[in-house]
Write a protein that binds this ligand. Structure first.
Ligand code: UD1
Length: 367
């Protein structure tokens, strides 16, 4: 008896989590796999380019929910995804990460008594002012199968009283995407294409509401970044939210001509990973980049008060920074005595999708 499985793609950070599992499950004869794109991200360079890079086909269904307030976006996904579930009656829904669509699809499926698996379960920043933290808490409370990327995630779930049978440490699926595309990434030479010397530039990415939605905060951050850019040139792929804020707050006209800061549209996966691999350091507030920089041994300064990915600090290259220490931390990395750690973290090995497929075969008793 074939099992119908939905895998939910939604927004940029999710595509590299969905792709390896999609490719692995497509090979399984017992599985009728359908990809549902909620349309939370819809620009070519926030969505379609990632599908192409990650060799993903057109989604089976696109809910085309688009942007909106949190309630509008969450409710929009719920209303449209419920119709799909009622029609297709999947045996399992797989959600990934922590975006609004992750929580919305989980709620819909559970209310229809459809089992849910959450890939990247158990991460916690402890900061309930982050919309992603609310999405994580709700998704993990409801999901039947909690697939975790690191032991701290297992500990978080156990501490919350989650039954250990629901939890499986499967590893970090993002590394599967990197390994799948390693040769393309290594021959891409994004730095050369941008006339940058390898290992002598920094990358900046910012998009969190806490950094970019407030005028005085964003102004202060860009004053510091402009000052730091005299130490080494920066490349800044601009998230649409950040670009809109810079324009709204009247900062964009001055910044766009800065000689030491190169602003780009959001990059595709292969271009960005190539740029990251060859960079001297990265300054970010992204979750995924904290992990990818650790995997590649690139020093990472995270402009946040907390991280849901503490293993990138304890075992990786990540350091949480604020405005007061940003410049001194950049200087430390540029100091020739700086040593970047590059540990092999357990199950960050490009084999996570295979471990998940084995788990699913057990769950569905496939011999
Ligand atoms: C969302 C996720 C966040 C993730 C981030 C990565 C939630 C709560 N947040 O935040 O966890 O780190 O994606 O990008 O789910 N926009 C476009 N084109 C697009 C997408 C967005 O122009 O393709 C603009 C829209 O004006 C939109 C704004 O960017 O209002 C923000 O997009 P939204 O999806 O609401 O949140 P992100 O900030 O992208």
């Amino acid at each position: 008896m074939r099992k119908t499985i939905h895998i939910i793609a939604a927004a940029r950070p999710n595509f590299m989590k969905v792709a390896p599992l999609f490719h692995a499950l497509k090979k399984e004869a017992w599985c009728d796999l359908k990809m549902i794109h909620t349309g939370q991200h819809y620009d070519i360079n926030m969505s379609a380019n990632f599908f192409a890079n990650l060799r993903l086909p057109e989604p089976d269904t696109n809910l085309e929910v688009g942007s909106g307030t949190h309630a509008q976006q969450t409710a929009g996904v719920m209303i449209k995804y419920e119709e799909v579930c009622l029609r297709e009656k999947p045996d399992l829904v797989i959600v990934v990460g922590d975006v609004n669509s992750t929580m919305a699809c989980t709620l819909v499926a559970k209310k229809l008594l459809i089992p849910v698996a959450h890939l990247e379960a158990g991460l916690r920043s402890g900061d309930m002012t982050m919309p992603e933290e609310i999405n994580r808490v709700v998704t993990d409370a409801l999901a039947d199968y909690l697939w975790t990327p690191s032991p701290d995630a297992d500990e978080n779930l156990l501490r919350l009283g989650v039954a250990s049978e629901r939890i499986a440490f499967v590893g970090n699926i993002m590394m599967d995407s990197f390994e799948m595309l390693r040769s393309e990434i290594e021959s891409e030479n994004s730095a050369g294409k941008l006339s940058l010397q390898k290992n002598s530039y920094g990358i900046v990415t910012l998009h969190r509401p806490s950094n970019v939605d407030n005028k005085s905060k964003l102004t202060q951050l860009f004053n510091l970044l402009t000052e730091s850019a005299s130490l080494l040139p920066f490349v800044f792929p601009l998230h649409p939210r950040t670009k809109a804020s810079l324009e709204k707050f009247g900062l964009w006209n001055d910044l766009k001509n800065n000689q030491n800061m190169k602003f780009l549209d959001p990059l595709g996966y292969i271009s960005f990973m190539s740029l990251l691999q060859d960079s001297k350091l990265v300054i970010t507030d992204s979750g995924g980049i904290q992990e990818e920089s650790t995997y590649l041994g690139v020093p990472c300064l995270t402009l946040r008060d907390s991280t849901e990915r503490p293993i990138t600090v304890s075992e990786g290259t990540n350091k949480l920074v604020n405005e007061n220490i940003l410049i001194s931390e950049i200087k430390k990395i540029l100091d020739s005595s700086y040593q970047s750690k590059r540990p092999p973290i357990k199950f960050w090995d490009g084999k996570t999708a295979g471990r998940i497929v084995s788990k699913l075969r057990e769950t569905f008793k496939i011999s």
